[in-house]
Structures are given as structure tokens and as C-alpha cells.
Design a protein around this ligand. Structure first.
Ligand code: PEP
Ligand code: MG
Length: 573
């Protein structure tokens, strides 16, 4: 029988395929005594062999898809598997205590993990502890005869089902085989959802119960346009959605005709439609979707994709590649925004109750300046290869902006003294994601070159509703008049000082929000590349004077987000 499930539509498109469960299997076991230690040691050896073969395969795949450096983590795992001291201790434990292999393995590895984790000031040993944990899980899975999921090993068309996907899980998904993904938790602006849009993989998040409902290989339909999931569809459902998928493909082909055009409104005003990217690899998507600039490069993904802090040289190469790739088109590079849902395996941050309100982004950069200075130097060196704009994230106070800009100028001066060429034409701006900065925009506008409104965070902080939490997603209201008033305040403040305002939060590509933002006079819209062409098509139909009237009414006459949506519908009919 077909079962329907509703979630949050996170990335457009329709997919029909069988389920691949990316869910941690149950690795619990009982401890019991064994008479024949030799056969238990033999079981252990077989599990170790299978784990080694599996890891070698995974390593080979990782080299192919991610490169030799990224694959190094698996070398460390293979070393653990062949470590004579560790394996010898497990075998002695089985022999001396006459216990089953699972419990001997767990006891010994827990002991090593405990010792290594205790060396708090030694990041190398912390990493070894993490390696042993991973390897223990793999060997246990073979002892227990259960499969450990591994997204990089997927080699047939599937829909990935997971409780949650971290940004690094998402980065590993192979577009060729992963036709869509569906998760229990998350919101439209969680980073895995944002990445799904960059990768153009249909996605539905926040279904609450997909992992409880679906079994491996169940047939599934994902409608990423509406947020609908169908499990065990009937033949009629399959033909209905095949038809819908081909209509959607037709619609996309229509939009594609606008690829080489600039964006003009019905009354002939040019608006810049830019793209958000996470890696230099995303440039192809920007070109294919007719991006007029890069409005946000989330540099933290460079840090997340690297086994250790990326060197100045590695960063320079990435920034240069993007600037050169975009030619004379502007590239807004945001300095590192780690924290919240974006973690670095090699930067151990203290556990916090509220990571989104905690130690993240510019707060880390101003406290741990070596890392920040390295990034700024790489950016400054790359600045001569294109039209660079530098943007600081999560600015709450003018003091933070002044400090960050001060460090940038110091590094620039040093480079110039060293004889390195640096552009004198770099605009320096901030993200407006914290309500305090939105309210004080008139003061900021005197000192910054531009604003870019980060609505993903601005909405969560204004509405006090976690952007990742599907239970409060009803409060995540881009069209709430309170949010529109904050946006208006920022745009007006910048224009008064002759500066410009862009938006790089997901709201910029939201088809209901676009008419309102046009009316408010937003200068640049930056979004997932896959949203650019449909937005261009929408803007072509809209008149800015009429949209200004709409925005004024929404701000002055509406009490609720629902009223605003109705008004937008009336004005854009
Ligand atoms: C935002 O907060 O709107 C934004 C663009 O930044 P991020 O989604 O990376 O937090
Ligand atoms: Mg943000």
C-alpha cells in the first residue's frame, strides 16, 4: 500500500528510485564467555580482514572522487587495523578472559580511546582516538554481520534516506547515482539543503519519520517541488510523477533560454542576479545557470574539505581560480564561517548549549587570529586576478567590523612591504544576519562598502526559531512584516550613504519574496545557481514601481506573513 509523507521541500526536482538507508545500524551486543578462544580469535581475524578489504575499496573510491589528500584519513584507519599492539591486546583479552570477540574488541579499543582522548592538548592523539572509534565500528559491523552505510560506495540509482545529513555527508553524494535525499530532521536553510540545491539533487528535509517508515530497497517517489514523499507507489503514481517530471524538465528548458541574458525587469531596470557557491567546482553550475556574479562564496567549505587547516597557498589557488573563472564579474568572498552546523574535525571547539548563538564565524576569527590572517593574506594576494569583494560574517557590533577591517589593512600593508601586488579596489562589506546590525544599519552604512543580508540567520535570530529545527519551522517566516521592516531599514540605510545592499540568504531566490525585495529596492540577489533562471524569468514579468507599491503595503498594512503572501499573489497575478 502506498504511504504518503510530507516534509519541507528543500531542493527542486522529481526522482523515482529505491531507498538506500544511510542510517547507523544497531551495533549493540552481549558480553558472554567462550570455551574455544581459538575459534573466537579466528572470527576476529576474519572481521579484521573484511574491514581491511572494505577500507581499501573505500580508499580507492575516495582517491578517484576526492583526491589523494582527502583519502589520507583511510590510510590512518588501515594503520589502526594492522597495529600489532592493538590487535595483540584484543587477542590476549579473548584468550585470557575467555570472552567473545565483540566484547574484547570494545574493551580494548575503549581503553585506547580513553587514553588518547585524555591528552587534551594533543590534537594528533585526539585524531587517533577518532580513527580507532571509526575502525571499531567497522570491525564490529563485520562481527555482527550488519552493513555500515557508506555514501561514497553507492554505485546504482538510489534515493538516500537519513535521519540527518551533515554538509560533509552531502558533499560525498555522487550525483550520478543519488537521485534525491530525504531526511527526518532539518530545515530549508540547513546547509545540507543548501548544498542539495547547488548539486541540483532533489531533496526533502524535516519529514520527522522517514527513517522509521522506509526499509532498504523500498520503492520511493520524491517530489522536491512540493515536499511529498510516496513510499511503495502504485503504477498510477509512477506514471503521474513521470509526467510531472517531464513537465518540470520542459519548464527548465524554457528557463534555460534566458541563460545568456542579463536580468531586466518589465520596466527595463537591470538587477544583478548572482550565485552562492561553496567550492571552485560550483563555477560550472554558475555558468550553466547564467549567474551574473558570485554574491557569496562560503569559504568554510574549503576548510571542511581539508584534513587540516588549508595553507595560505592552497587558499590562494582556490580564490585565484574563482576570480579568474569569473573574469570581470564580481566575486564576494565571505571569510570563514565555521560553527553552528558547520564543524571542522581538526578544530576542537568546546561543546555549547546553543552553537548558533555561540563561538562561530567572525568571533572565532578575531580570537584565533593566525587562522584569520592566513585567509586574508591569501585573499589579498588573489585580489589582482579579478573583481574581489571581501565580506565578514556574523557581525554584531561596529567594533567587530572595525577590528576585522583593521586586521585586513595590517595584512595588506605587510604584503605591500614584501613587494606583493595587491588590488586597491577591494570593496569590504558585512553580512547582516544579526538583528542588532540590521537595526543599526545607518551607523554601519557610513563605514562599510556594502551589505549582504543573510536571511537564513537573520530570520532565525529575529523569530528566535532554530533554522535546523523542523518543529519550529512554522516560525521561520521570511514574509513576516517584522523581517520585511528590518530588510527595508538595511536597504534604505545603505542607499542614503550611496552604498549597495545585496541578499545572499535563501530568501533571495524565493519566488514569493522576490517581488517584495524588488519593491524594497534590493540591488543584488544571490542564490543557489539552480534558482537563477526561474528568478530571471519572474523578474522579466514584474514592474518595479508596482512592486514598490506592493512592498509599501506589505510593510504598512499587513499584520501577518499570511496577509503578505495574499498581497503578493494579488500583485503578481
Ligand atoms: C545566511 O545566514 O543567510 C547565510 C547566507 O549564511 P549561512 O547560510 O552560511 O549561515
Ligand atoms: Mg549565516
Amino acid at each position: 500500500m502506498v504511504e504518503n509523507l510530507k516534509g519541507i521541500a528543500a531542493s527542486d526536482g522529481i526522482a523515482i528510485a529505491k531507498a538506500y538507508l544511510l542510517v547507523e545500524p544497531d551495533l549493540t551486543f552481549d558480553k558472554f564467555s567462550v570455551e574455544n578462544s581459538d575459534s573466537e580469535i579466528e572470527r576476529l581475524k576474519q572481521a579484521l580482514n573484511k574491514a581491511t578489504q572494505e577500507l581499501e575499496l573505500i580508499r580507492g573510491k575516495a582517491v578517484e572522487t576526492l583526491g589523494e589528500e582527502e583519502a589520507q584519513v583511510f590510510d590512518a584507519h588501515l594503520m589502526v587495523l594492522s597495529d600489532p599492539e592493538l590487535i595483540g591486546s584484543i587477542e590476549s583479552n579473548i584468550r585470557d578472559n575467555k570472552v567473545n570477540a565483540e566484547s574484547a574488541l570494545k574493551e580494548v579499543t575503549d581503553m585506547f580511546i580513553g587514553i588518547f582522548e585524555g591528552m587534551e592538548d594533543n590534537p594528533y592523539m585526539q585524531e587517533r582516538a577518532a580513527d580507532i572509534k571509526d575502525v571499531t565500528k567497522r570491525v564490529l559491523s563485520h562481527l555482527l554481520g550488519v552493513r555500515l552505510p557508506n555514501p561514497s560506495m553507492i554505485d546504482e540509482e538510489v534515493i538516500v534516506i537519513a535521519h540527518d545529513l551533515t554538509p560533509s555527508d552531502t558533499a560525498q553524494l555522487n550525483r550520478k547515482f543519488v537521485k534525491a535525499f530525504v531526511t527526518d530532521i532539518g530545515g530549508r536553510t540547513s546547509h545540507s539543503a543548501i548544498m542539495a540545491r547547488s548539486l541540483e539533487i532533489p531533496a526533502i528535509v524535516g519529514t520527522k519519520e522517514i527513517t522509521a517508515l522506509v526499509k532498504e530497497n523500498d520503492m520511493i517517489i520524491v517530489d522536491g517541488l512540493e515536499g511529498d514523499v510516496l513510499v511503495h507507489p502504485e503504477n498510477t503514481d509512477i506514471s503521474f510523477y513521470e509526467d510531472k517530471a517531464s513537465k518540470f524538465a520542459g519548464q527548465k528548458a524554457e528557463w534555460e533560454k534566458l541563460k545568456n541574458e542579463k536580468t531586466y525587469t518589465a520596466d527595463g531596470k537591470h538587477i544583478e542576479l548572482a550565485a552562492n557557491i561553496g567550492t571552485p567546482k560550483d563555477l560550472a553550475g554558475v555558468k550553466n545557470n547564467g549567474g551574473e556574479a558570485i554574491g557569496l562564496y562560503r569559504t568554510e567549505f574549503l576548510y571542511m574539505d581539508s584534513p587540516d587547516f588549508p595553507t595560505e597557498e592552497a587558499q590562494f589557488e582556490a580564490y585565484k581560480a574563482i576570480l579568474e573563472g569569473m573574469g570581470d564579474k564580481a566575486v564576494v568572498v565571505r571569510t570563514m564561517d565555521i560553527g553552528g552546523d558547520k564543524e571542522l574535525p581538526y578544530l576542537t571547539l568546546p561543546h555549547e548549549m546553543n552553537p548558533f548563538l555561540g563561538y562561530r564565524a567572525i568571533r572565532i576569527c578575531l580570537a584565533e587570529q593566525d587562522m584569520f590572517r592566513t585567509q586574508l593574506r591569501a585573499l589579498l594576494r588573489a585580489s589582482v586576478f579579478g573583481k574581489l569583494r571581501i565580506m565578514f560574517p556574523m557581525i554584531a557590533t561596529l567594533g567587530e567590523f572595525r577590528d576585522a577591517k583593521g586586521i585586513l589593512l595590517e595584512e595588506k600593508e605587510k604584503l605591500v612591504k614584501e613587494g606583493v601586488e595587491v588590488s586597491n579596489d577591494i570593496e569590504v562589506g558585512i553580512m547582516i544576519e544579526i538583528p542588532a546590525a540590521a537595526v543599526l544599519a545607518d551607523r554601519f552604512a557610513k563605514e562599510v562598502d556594502f551589505f549582504s543580508i543573510g536571511t537564513n540567520d537573520l530570520i532565525q535570530y529575529t523569530m528566535a526559531a532554530d533554522r535546523m529545527n523542523e518543529r519550529v519551522s512554522y516560525l521561520y517566516q521570511p514574509y513576516n512584516p517584522s523581517i520585511l521592516r528590518l530588510i527595508k531599514n538595511v536597504i534604505d540605510a545603505s542607499h542614503k550613504e550611496g552604498k549597495w545592499t545585496g541578499m545572499c540568504g535563501e530568501m533571495a531566490g524565493d519566488q514569493t519574496a522576490v517581488p517584495l525585495l524588488m519593491g524594497l529596492g534590493l540591488d543584488e540577489f544571490s542564490m543557489s545557481a539552480s534558482s537563477i533562471l526561474k528568478t530571471r524569468s519572474l523578474m522579466k514579468r514584474l514592474d518595479t514601481t508596482k512592486m514598490a507599491e506592493l512592498a509599501e503595503k506589505a510593510i504598512n498594512d499587513c499584520d501577518t506573513a499570511e496577509e503578505v503572501v495574499k498581497l503578493v499573489e494579488e500583485y503578481t497575478k
